[in-house]
Ligand binder design. Structure first.
Ligand code: F6R
Length: 247
């Protein structure tokens, strides 16, 4: 596990962007795991900039972590819509190679199993990008989430509904369920990069990095992964009690 602490979101995003873009340059058929929310937006801007400067995304495949259950892909609230707007339309990726769980599948359980199979068929995820919830969730693996969980339908906690209501006109509009990759699905990625900004994540990060692995803090499962890198701003790192490397 490595922990890098940056003075600004832009600096952290630039560093993660350099990792992702250099991986794609060296591996034109890279498989990337992607997140939504506010955290990855500066990274996606870096990827778009790199693509405009010549990094070729045409052979890259992507898998998103999650999608709201019952929300159609063309809804402005869907994570598919978010990804189209903030990344896919900004890089030269082949739309057929971008996968987001289908929130409107007629048989969602089967869609979850098929999503797992698609990831395996693609050869697994090379780099998984993660944000973290204030409650330690990764993807929508809310506490408690079993470390051997796979892509499935999950119930969102009251805190997550409240946190995500900023994207809706009221908390009542936030879907109560989602499809999410499981903790074990995430742990299968060859490399994991967790990005976090802001004080609201600090306690969850302390538990994830310094606590004992505990399903009540799903991000603590990352301690069992051989190649996980945390990219934090100072506010997010502010509750860490041990000595960590500053960039
Ligand atoms: C979204 C996701 C979530 C977010 C987390 C942080 O696809 O997987 O785990 O990463 O809720 O959200 P933000 O970045 O909005 O603070």
């Amino acid at each position: 596990m490595t922990i890098k602490i940056f003075t600004s979101e832009q600096e952290a995003a630039r560093a993660v962007g350099e990792c992702v873009n250099s991986f794609v340059r060296a591996n034109p058929r890279a498989v990337l795991g992607l997140a939504t929310g506010s955290t990855p937006l500066p990274l996606y801007a870096e990827m778009a900039k790199a693509c405009a400067a010549g990094v070729d995304y045409s052979g890259v495949t992507t898998f998103n972590l999650d999608e709201y259950l019952g929300v159609p892909p063309d809804s402005e609230h869907s994570y598919r819509y978010f990804m189209e707007k903030n990344l896919f339309s900004q890089i030269n990726i082949n739309p057929a190679n971008t996968f987001v769980p289908d929130g409107t599948a007629t048989d969602p359980e089967r869609a979850c199993a098929e999503y797992e199979q698609r990831i395996r068929d693609a050869g697994g995820i090379d780099i998984q990008i993660l944000g973290i919830g204030g409650n330690g969730h990764i993807g929508f693996n809310e506490p408690p989430s079993a470390f051997d969980s796979r892509t499935r339908i999950v119930n969102l906690t009251a805190q997550t509904i409240q946190d995500n209501s900023r994207f809706f006109s009221s908390p009542e509009e936030v879907p109560r369920q989602a499809i999410s990759m499981g903790v074990a699905t995430i742990l299968d990625a060859k490399r994991i990069i967790l990005i976090s900004y802001g004080r609201a994540k600090a306690e969850a990060l302390r538990g994830a990095i310094e606590g004992s692995p505990d399903p009540m803090n799903p991000a603590s499962a990352l301690q069992g992964h051989p190649q996980v890198n945390f990219y934090l701003d100072e506010a997010s790192a502010s509750a860490l009690t041990k000595q960590h490397k500053t960039n």
